[in-house]
Unconditional design. Structure first.
Length: 156
């Protein structure tokens, strides 16, 4: 199982076209949505063999680069992972650091919380997992360098 780019010790994993990192997918979708740039499936369709087994952090880095090209920076991320087991608290700081590095912010800008489904529904029965994320975008400072080296154009 991979969450936030971190391999989690578990007796099971998630199935998906890429690495099935539900947390990184949720944050990627939140970045794209906040910048009105579609969703992860638009940019990385599961019908494209290039993304089979892909590292989801590359999706997140791409979404952040697109937001920056549109004149925005990620100010913070607030995310929840809903999973009955395993317990994830011991992975929190490593996940925060890994996500922060991919986004280009400090770990203090990344909040990751873990919840169970109280044994209710597919998540509570251990048959699935969920992740939710909210991202705050802020206007990039005029002339701010993006990861690709391009400057952000000044706002009118």
């Amino acid at each position: 199982m991979i969450l936030g780019g971190v391999r989690i010790d578990a007796e099971f994993g998630f199935e998906g076209h890429s690495d099935a990192d539900v947390l990184t997918h949720a944050i990627t979708d939140a970045v794209l949505g906040a910048a009105a740039l579609g969703d992860i499936g638009t940019h990385f369709p599961d019908t494209d063999p290039r993304w089979k087994g892909a590292d989801s952090l590359q999706f997140l880095r791409h979404a952040v680069a697109l937001a920056r090209a549109g004149g925005y920076t990620v100010a913070n991320v607030d995310a929840n992972v809903i999973l009955q087991r395993p317990k994830l608290k011991d992975y929190r700081e490593e996940i925060r650091r890994k996500l922060a590095a991919a986004i280009g912010v400090g770990p203090g800008c990344i909040s990751v919380k873990f919840k169970t489904a109280e044994k209710l529904g597919p998540v509570g029965e251990g048959r699935s997992a969920e992740a939710q994320a909210v991202v705050l975008l802020a206007p990039a400072a005029p002339g701010e360098q993006t990861p690709g080296g391009a400057s952000t154009p000044p706002f009118p």
